[in-house]
Design a protein around this ligand. Structure first.
Ligand SMILES: [Zn+2]
Length: 68
């Protein structure tokens, strides 16, 4: 299952979920449950090549500010 990262428009939380592209509109914010969100396109090549992001390979996301 591919992973997509979204930013919630309601509470501004960023979250990454494994969901099919067809079902992405059904994805809900884990914090507030809102489905109003924007897709965040991350540059995988840059992120995966960063040595400062130890969580990326496992979770597909990086804590904000964890690398510079
Ligand atoms: Zn939210």
């Amino acid at each position: 299952m591919p992973k997509y990262t979204f930013r919630c428009k309601e509470c501004a939380a960023e979250y990454t979920i494994s969901i099919s592209w067809e079902d992405k509109d059904k994805a809900q914010c884990p914090k507030c449950g809102s489905m109003d969100k924007v897709k965040i396109f991350k540059s995988v090549g840059i992120i995966s090549g960063s040595s400062g992001c130890p969580t990326y390979k496992e979770t597909g996301t990086c804590p904000t500010g964890s690398f510079s």
